[in-house]
Design a binder for this molecule. Structure first.
Ligand code: CU
Length: 102
């Protein structure tokens, strides 16, 4: 009975993993990332929507660098767990934070 009892849970876990990947939306308005801090999981995508008339970036020192043109979008898929601090290369006062769970 034990293998039969475990099988549905295992199958659910295998099927659920990719399906759980989410897209987390962050808006950029008047040189502010909003929300400034988000929680995500490895495999999730962060998508920035820039409604400003200026281009921005989401840049991690020693890591990824996403260009987000004016009135446009940019995204990154998170591949590693941990806390991520990012900023805009053009406006270093613009800061955001992502907590990435495994
Ligand atoms: Cu900027």
């Amino acid at each position: 009975m034990r293998p039969l009892a475990l099988a549905p849970a295992l199958a659910a876990a295998l099927i659920a993993s990719p399906a759980l990947a989410a897209t987390i939306e962050v808006t950029i308005d008047k040189l502010v990332f909003s929300p400034a801090s988000v929680q995500a999981k490895v495999g999730d995508t962060i998508e920035w929507t820039n409604i400003d008339i200026l281009a921005h970036t989401a840049t991690v020192k020693g890591g990824w660098d996403v260009m987000i043109p004016a009135k446009s979008k940019g995204k990154v898929t998170l591949t590693a767990a941990g806390a991520v601090d990012y900023f805009c290369r053009f406006h270093p006062n613009m800061k955001g934070h992502i907590e990435v769970a495994p």
